[in-house]
Every structure is written in structure tokens, then in C-alpha cells.
Design a protein. Structure first.
Length: 274
């Protein structure tokens, strides 16, 4: 049988070892946290800067029918900025919240699972702010609840994005590129395999909303499906589980596509042989 003092001594040593381990763990976690945060924000320009967007305004003068008629894929843009107000409305059209109990949005979503995340790649001097200046160039993530954007990367990424999009020049020439990403698990968790098709359908809804909003603002847009997924993901700084589905360049069109009711009627009557 061990003596009392031997047992006391052992307890004392165990206490010291325990305290040492806690202190070591604390120091280690401090450094790990530091390493992780350095990894997330690789350069000093990529602080998590959040910008509140101008509040949504129902101020376009275009009727829905006219916007539908004027929706066109437009790939040639002028070298002039779009306004921050227009930028705000484009993001709102993509995923803005329009119902305040459940947070339903401008686009329908299977079971309200909302699998889509919206990024915007903004070029340098491309989004003008009322009263002077421009939104800093970079990649931003949209927050639909606060209608705000948070900078993920702080550089003009259009050239890299164009290269990742099989060199489609309209990606480079656009003032902004909206990138729609899918977090599949949010929907497949509920619907299994069928969830994938729901996510693609939802992406289509977002694309059409952006097309119509762009038409209503007399801007030009085109949805792009041809790109290298991993490269786009990396360029915009998306999370591991966010998978790009659409890249959507938007700019001031060189030629706005416009037809009216008469043009439609004449075409249909001609098709009827009249
Ligand atoms: C799923 C999908 C993928 C597309 N991918 C591209 C693309 O990579 N590049 C492009 O210039 N246009 C792309 N488009 C746009 C089509 O070329 C365009 O919608 C078609 O020519 C019809 O023209 P409209 O949109 O003016 O009616 C895509 C359209 C869809 C629906």
C-alpha cells in the first residue's frame, strides 16, 4: 500500500500536467486561429468589408410584357459604368426577400430550401456610386436578408473569370459578372437525388429574373454555362460546398434589343398567313 504523501505527490504532478496541457492547448489554438484567419484572407486588401446596398426601389418604367419582349442575350457592352442602384436591383431580382414570415424570395425554391448563393465580380471603376466614386473592384457575396454585399477578394477578377469561361470576351467586357452557386446539400437533404434537378430549375429562375431586371433597366446580360467549375469557384473565392452554375455578365449594351406590341402582332399574323 502506497503512503499518503506518495499519493498526494502524484495528485500534485497530475494537476500540474493538466494545467500545462490546458495552457499549451490555449497557446496552440491561438496560433491555429491566426493561421486559419490568414488563410481565409490572404492579402491585406481582402478584409471582410461589408457594403449596405441602396434599398430596393420599384422605379423602372418598363412593363413586364415589354421586359419579356426585350429580354435578349446581349454580349456587347459600352465602356461605361452601371449605377450602384442598378447593381442593387440586379442582386435583389436574383434572391431578394419578398415575404417576411418565412423569408420567401423573388425566385421560387423547392420546399423553401434556398440552395443558391449569389456572388458578383465587380470590375474597377465599373459600378458608380451616387455623389461620386466607384464600388471597389472585387468579388462580393450577396446577403439577401440585409441586402448587402461582403467583399471576398479585393481585385479586378474579370480577366481571370473570362479565361476560366473559355475566353468568352463578354465576361471581360462586362461591368459586373453575377455568379450563381449551388449548395446542393440544402435541397438533396430533403429530396434526395431529385434535389439536384430542383437546384438546376432554381438556377434557371434566377437567370431569368436577372435577364428581366436587366431589360427593365435597359442593361444587357447573358447567362453563361460554359466555364471550368473549379477555376470559377477559386476565382470568386466561393466556399468548398458552393458550386458555380451560371456566370452572368451584365453591362450597358452597345445595342439594346427593343421590339413593341406591333412587331409581335405583325409577326404572328404573318405566321398565320394573314
Ligand atoms: C443553360 C444555358 C447556357 C448558356 N451558356 C452560354 C454560354 O456559355 N455563352 C453564351 O454566350 N451564351 C450562353 N447561353 C445563352 C444562349 O446562347 C442564348 O440564350 C441563345 O442564343 C438564345 O438567345 P436569347 O437568349 O437572346 O433568346 C446559354 C443559355 C442557357 C439557357
Amino acid at each position: 500500500m502506497k503512503s499518503n504523501s506518495a499519493i498526494k505527490f502524484r495528485r500534485h504532478i497530475l494537476k500540474l500536467v493538466g494545467l500545462g496541457a490546458i495552457a499549451f492547448g490555449g497557446i496552440l489554438s491561438f496560433f491555429i486561429k491566426d493561421i486559419l484567419s490568414t488563410k481565409t484572407f490572404p492579402t491585406p486588401t481582402t478584409q471582410l468589408q461589408t457594403y449596405m446596398l441602396p434599398l430596393p426601389r420599384f422605379s423602372s418604367n418598363m412593363m413586364l410584357e415589354k421586359a419579356l419582349a426585350c429580354r435578349r442575350s446581349i454580349r456587347e457592352y459600352l465602356d461605361v459604368p452601371i449605377s450602384l442602384d442598378a447593381f442593387s436591383m440586379l442582386l435583389w431580382s436574383a434572391q431578394g426577400i419578398t415575404e417576411f414570415n418565412y423569408g420567401f424570395r423573388t425566385c421560387p425554391s423547392a420546399g423553401g430550401t434556398y440552395p443558391l448563393e449569389v456572388y458578383a465580380v465587380v470590375g474597377k471603376g465599373c459600378v458608380s456610386i451616387d455623389g461620386g466614386g466607384y464600388l471597389p473592384e472585387g468579388s462580393y457575396k450577396y446577403n439577401c436578408k440585409t441586402h448587402s454585399i461582403t467583399m471576398v477578394k479585393g481585385q479586378d477578377l474579370r480577366d481571370a473569370l473570362a479565361k476560366a469561361s473559355l475566353n468568352q470576351s463578354w465576361v471581360r467586357d462586362a461591368r459586373i459578372n453575377i455568379v450563381i452557386c449551388a449548395v446542393y446539400e440544402r435541397t438533396t437533404r430533403v429530396y434526395g437525388e431529385r434535389g439536384y434537378r430542383y437546384v438546376y430549375m432554381e438556377d434557371g429562375h434566377v437567370g431569368q429574373n436577372i435577364y428581366l431586371m436587366a431589360a427593365a433597366l435597359k442593361l444587357g446580360a447573358v447567362v453563361i454555362g460554359a466555364f471550368y467549375d473549379d477555376e470559377v469557384k477559386n476565382i470568386i473565392g466561393a466556399q468548398d460546398n458552393e458550386h458555380p452554375l451560371y456566370v452572368i455578365p451584365v453591362g450597358v449594351p452597345k445595342h439594346f434589343y427593343e421590339i413593341d406590341e406591333d412587331d409581335l402582332r405583325k409577326y404572328i399574323l404573318r405566321m398565320r398567313g394573314l
